[in-house]
Design a protein around this ligand. Sequence first.
Ligand code: GLY
Length: 411
Amino acid sequence: MIKIPVIKAVCVSLVLAGIALAPNAQAVPLRAPAAPTSVSCLPTPHPVTTEQTLALFELAARKIGAVRTTGAKRYPFGALHSSPDYAYTGATGWTSGFFAAELWLLYQRTQDPHWLEAARAQTRGLMKLATYTGSHDLGFMVGLPTGLGATLDPGPEQQAAYAEARITAARTLSQRWNPRIRALKSSEYGGKWGLIIDSAMNAPLLIEAGQAIGGPEGDELVYRGTEHMLTLARDFVRPDGSTFHRMAFNPKTGALIGPIPGQGLTGDSTWARGQAWALNGFTRAYELTGNAELLDAALRTAAFWVSKVPPGCIPAWDFNIDNSRAPRDSSAASIAADGLLSLRRVVGDTAADYGAYADVTLGLLTTPWMTTARSVNPGILLQQTLNVPSDPREGSYVWGDYYLLRALSAA
Ligand code: GLY
């Protein structure tokens, strides 16, 4: 594992190594509040440049092109910093859709048929999960790769198959609906009916599928997906825009019981990746529905993020940690950057600052310091964490890599 030095040492070594501050680097006049949490920053923040984006996609093509995707466990998951090999999962792992999604983005950028074939092959393996009832993450596992395929695949037959898989997956996910809680069950937490903020990324699949099929069934899917997001907005977003990670409910009465510890520091803290999932998911749900409460949730969770993390910085894995040696979570930064760019696109001028903020975050995430350009690691983006309470080691993971590529595609 690469040891992460203290912030000052990182900044000094960056300058000594002459790393990747683009010739047109410029200080960015965005809010740069004193950070109450631990952050790791570029000495001179600057928006991502075309050269950095090109270099990152070249790196991605090289790394992704070398990955083996055959055998029973053929879905890349992640690799600790010094590992030359990915850990893999089967199709039912919550991360199984991200590598396929990365392949789709490489195809989108290059139009190279090699990437199309690879993306099709990975996506095909995931489409049979559309009836899988064992996970609330069907949005990530099926919705994400088939959504990209439906847009990018030139084949009409394939497009129809992706569209059908999306609708089936939405119907399957919809079986988790509890009308008293007005939400789709995520899982059992501490033996209780539980909801998780990450589900903000899955529920929009119901809205998309419902809008596609229309009629009474489509209306019901839209209703359930929208209500799920409103429940998250009501019960997970605090007045300051920060978020809880997991909550338990009484499934008979619908009553909120309270927070349950998960991947964050405590049940009451703000897990950095959860905050990023929230702002990204609320933005998408607002884009689909035009619901003002969802816009409010998107803007408030985004405002919390940028008030805690100055531009060009990566947060520690939880916002309640104040320790410069704490593990980072750059995947939270890439998910947030993608969400902030979406917010700028969807809301326009009101969110213009957020887009500029995202450009600077991408300026950081594409420096060689942050990527695997000089390492044997098979992924792309370093300094990601999975679940620090059970394993504090940093690595590259497919979700952080995917959202980095997606944000760069949109920047
Ligand atoms: N959805 C699980 C995670 O973000 O780790």
